[in-house]
Write a protein of this length. Structure first.
Lengths: 100, 651, 149
């Protein structure tokens, strides 16, 4: 019997994995990919809950989230590209101008 | 004669004139300081002398009016309502009754003479106008003190004369020793005032807790007298506290130490403040509050004991001093001790009588000493001698006053001192008081004649005797007037057994502690007392003259024989040093190290002023270490916070 | 899949694993009666975004020595532990929600594109329009940022 709990916990696992990925990895691109993982975990929650309560609103929200995630990924990648052009590095630890 | 001219509001003018003099003269002094050179001396002198004389005239008028009316008190119109609350009211007003009429006559009369004398003494001094302004201010405050209708106005005057004493003692303040003397006077005075204030607070407390009437003018003397029974349980503490204040002002043990140092001021100041007026404020206060002191026999004993001890100790010290003014200073302390002895024995009127005669002869003595100093430019009597021929007027007036203070009849001092001794014989706790008082009177005669002999008789020891001269008329006239008063002033108090009427005794009789007839004493005893109190000082005086006019080798031998004991006495029993050790040094130490370095620097500056910023800086530096610039770590912090939040939510 | 992804050294490998992860998620969505979303995910996420990722990766032209070798530091272990901790709490929290029933059957056209479209153009019209503007901004931003010089 697959209850909603299963889905919720799966989402939690995905979310944690995403967080860990963001924190641990030094390659910016991998960090961005982990952020996508985070967003997908949230999508999963929305879909599961929408199925449970039989409301379509969850689907609509997910639609928007995907759209926003797409835009954000695009911009993020553009930033990475320009940073790489300036500094020749993609290590997060080298990008510490905000040090204080 | 002109009695119908009198109006009660004239009383308000009595202190007003000296106040006016103060204002005018101080503006002269300030303007002079601005310009860089002082005014000519004529105008400040004129203003400064005339105004007290006007006050004296009014005081005289008031006295005669009072004498001719059956009323006991003439109140003056209220000047203003000072404190006006529901619980408590005080009006700033004056009133003249028998006691204060005597006082204002002395203050304005002797005061005017001293002002006149100062014109000559302070001639050429750069602070001439300032001097007269202070002197007038002092008269103003002293008049406030004695004319005040309630205890608070008295206290204002009390504090004010303390202030003026500081200003006048430290008049030549460019000399640090003189300035320090002024400070000492004021501070010691203040310590006494603390006791006085406690007394006032206790009086108020008594009224607040027990008074039934709706009238709230608690500190008015008439009110207090009418309700005196309220004080009965607290009387001892109140009177002890008030007496402590009096010891400060009137230089008794333990607070007499400022008076000898106060000789650093100009000599007329010593005459006015420390002979005639300020130091007598304590006596006046006790007389004024006689009904309070009558409720506490214990305090009366304390007063008598303190007075006697002071008189004796001061006489001993005075015996060994070589500075003219210091001898006279200790003599003042001693005579004040006599006054308090009289009070303690139950008769404030006698004390006031002695106050009056003492004002006459002591002022004359001080002014005479000033005359000597003016001529010889020196205060050490070992450098004097044989001044009689060079300055006869000074010498004669000095002699008259010395006889008076010794208690030789029929001069003034005899009557007052004899009456004190009589009261002591009858009413003191034991006969020891009497014999010790007699001994002290003898010592008084002895050291005063010693002073006279050293200064005026014999061969001159002064290095430049040809410079000696008599003082100008301005200075000698007051001397002569005072000497005359010293001769005739006692006649208002001649006791009945000698055929007199004792006018002053009757005038002031309502201020005595005892209600009924004073004491039972047989006629023979009275004559005996009188004989002793006449002859003993006389003999001591003659002895002193004889001893001191000869070769002084016997004195040197005695000094070396007594050795340590002599040194102890001549060092004033080391009281100043004891006080310094016990009180001054710890106080200075505490205030310097604890309060200054410890608290002020470390606590207030360190913790509070710097502490806030340095804590902020420190924490900022610590926290800034967290900002590594690496986004990832920021995320960790975020995450950490989220976890903490979650944990708390679940709990 | 995702687990594998985050621990890869080579970023390309990570990207590929992520793609597989997305496909897996799409499958789950279908199980949850959300076919429209599933297809959407594959189309947009995999088709567009991951392709973009691969492009950029290629663009960076990383050599062998540019690869970052992460060391296993205490900080990393701490973070992982933190993550486990976090996971534990979340799970506990979810499980403690009482009495959630199993899934009930749904209607026929639940999750169909038609239904989603209905919602989009009625209740959620404004966010729809705003999202289009957002996408426009995103495009412009990406172009500006990516320009050479």
């Amino acid at each position: 019997m697959i209850t909603i709990y299963h889905y919720l916990i799966l989402s939690a696992i995905l979310f944690t994995l995403g967080m860990v990925g963001v924190v641990i990895r030094k390659n910016i691109l991998i960090v961005l990919m982990s952020i996508e993982v985070l967003m997908n975990a949230i999508n999963l929650v929305f879909i599961a809950v929408a199925r449970y309560w039989q409301l379509m609103d969850g689907h609509v929200v997910v639609f928007f989230v995907i759209a926003v995630a797409a835009a954000e990924a695009a911009i993020g990648l553009a930033i990475v590209v320009s940073v790489f052009r300036n500094r020749q590095t993609i290590k997060t630890t080298d990008l510490r101008l905000m040090r204080g | 004669m002109a009695l119908y001219l009198f109006k009660p509001w004239l009383i308000n003018l009595i202190p007003a004139f000296p106040l006016l003099g103060f204002l005018i003269n101080s503006s002269f002094s300030l303007v002079g300081a601005r310009r860089g050179k002082s005014f000519s001396e004529g105008l400040p002198a004129l203003v400064g002398c005339i105004l007290p004389m006007v006050s004296f005239a009014i005081a005289l008028l008031t006295f005669f009016v009072l004498k001719s009316t059956p009323v006991n008190v003439i109140p003056a119109p209220n000047l203003f309502s000072w404190i006006a609350t529901d619980l408590f009211t005080v009006n700033f007003s004056f009133a003249v009754d028998h006691l204060s009429s005597v006082m204002i006559l002395i203050i304005t009369g002797v005061g005017s003479l001293i002002h006149l004398y100062s014109v000559g003494y302070m001639k050429g001094d750069s602070g001439f106008a300032r001097y007269f302004s202070y002197l007038n201010l002092f008269l103003f405050f002293m008049l406030l003190l004695v004319l005040g209708e309630n205890l608070l106005v008295l206290f204002v005057g009390w504090e004010g004369v303390g202030l003026c004493s500081y200003l006048l003692i430290g008049f030549w303040f460019s000399d640090p020793a003189k300035a320090a003397a002024g400070k000492k006077a004021f501070i010691v005075n203040r310590i006494g005032d603390f006791g006085f204030l406690i007394g006032i607070f206790l009086i108020l407390y008594a009224f607040f807790s027990q008074s039934q009437s709706t009238d709230t003018n608690f500190l008015s003397f008439s009110f207090m007298a009418a309700h005196q029974q309220i004080f009965a349980p607290l009387a001892t503490i109140i009177t002890l506290a008030l007496f402590f204040g009096a010891t400060g002002k009137s230089a008794q043990i333990p607070l007499y130490i400022w008076l000898p140092d106060a000789m650093a001021g100009p000599t007329p100041v010593s005459a006015l403040i420390h002979a005639a007026t300020m130091v007598t404020a304590g006596v006046y206060m006790v007389a004024r509050l006689h009904f309070l002191f009558a409720l506490s026999p214990f305090t009366q004993h304390v007063i008598a004991a303190v007075g006697l001890a002071t008189a004796f100790m001061a006489a001993l010290i005075g015996l060994t001093q070589y500075d003219i003014k210091k001898v006279l200073a200790y003599s003042t302390v001693s005579q004040l001790g006599f006054m308090f002895l009289a009070i303690g024995a139950g008769s404030p009127p006698t004390a006031v009588f002695h106050l009056m005669t003492h004002a006459f002869f002591k002022a004359c003595l001080f002014l005479g000493a000033g005359s000597v100093i003016h001529a010889a430019h020196d205060q050490d009597i070992r450098n004097m001698g044989g001044f009689f021929r060079k300055m006869p007027i000074t010498a004669i007036t000095f002699l008259i006053s010395t006889l008076a203070i010794a208690g030789v009849p029929p001069l003034a001092g005899f009557f007052s001192k004899d009456e004190i001794l009589l009261w002591t014989y009858c009413d003191a706790p034991s006969k020891i008081y009497y014999w010790l008082a007699v001994l002290t009177a003898g010592l008084t005669a002895f050291y005063m004649f010693r002073l006279f002999t050293y200064t005026f008789l014999g061969k001159t020891r002064h290095p430049h005797p040809e410079h000696l001269h008599e003082s100008p008329v301005v200075m000698t006239i007051p001397l002569m007037v005072l000497a005359l008063l010293a001769i005739f002033g006692g006649f208002v108090g001649v006791p009945e057994i000698l055929g007199g009427e004792n006018q002053i005794g009757h005038w002031l009789s309502s201020y005595s502690f005892l209600i009924d007839e004073p004491f039972e004493i047989s006629l023979a005893e009275m004559w005996r007392v009188m004989a002793i109190s006449t002859l003993f000082p006389l003999c001591m005086g003659i002895l002193s003259v004889i001893l001191y006019s000869r070769n002084l080798n016997w004195a040197k031998n005695l000094k070396s024989r007594l050795g340590i004991f002599y040194r102890l006495v001549s060092d004033k029993f080391r009281v100043d040093e004891i006080y310094d050790f016990l009180f001054v040094r710890p106080l200075v130490f505490i205030s310097r190290n604890l309060l200054w370095k410890g608290i002020d620097e470390k606590l207030v500056d360190g913790l509070m002023v710097h502490g806030g910023p340095s804590m902020a800086t420190f924490s900022a530096r610590m926290l800034s270490l967290l900002q590594s610039g690496v986004l990832g770590s920021y995320l960790v912090y975020l995450w950490l916070g989220l976890v903490v939040f979650l944990v708390m939510a679940v709990r | 899949m995702v687990l594998l992804m985050i621990f890869q050294t080579n970023p390309i490998a990570s990207a590929v694993y992520l793609v597989f992860g997305f496909f897996g998620l799409a499958g789950i969505y279908v199980l949850l009666s959300a076919p429209f979303v599933a297809v959407l995910q594959v189309l947009v996420y995999v088709g567009a975004i991951m392709v973009l990722f691969i492009f950029v990766l290629m663009l960076l032209n990383l050599k062998k020595e540019d690869l970052i070798y992460d060391k296993v530091t205490w900080k990393k272990i701490g973070v992982v532990l933190l993550g486990l901790f976090f996971l534990g709490f979340l799970s506990y929290y979810f499980i403690s929600i009482p009495d959630l029933l199993p899934f009930t059957p749904v209607a026929e056209n639940f999750g169909e594109p038609k239904a989603v479209g209905q919602y989009l153009f009625t209740n959620y019209l404004i966010p729809f329009e705003l999202t289009s503007i957002l996408l426009l901004v995103g495009i412009i931003g990406a172009v500006v940022l990516g320009k050479k010089d």
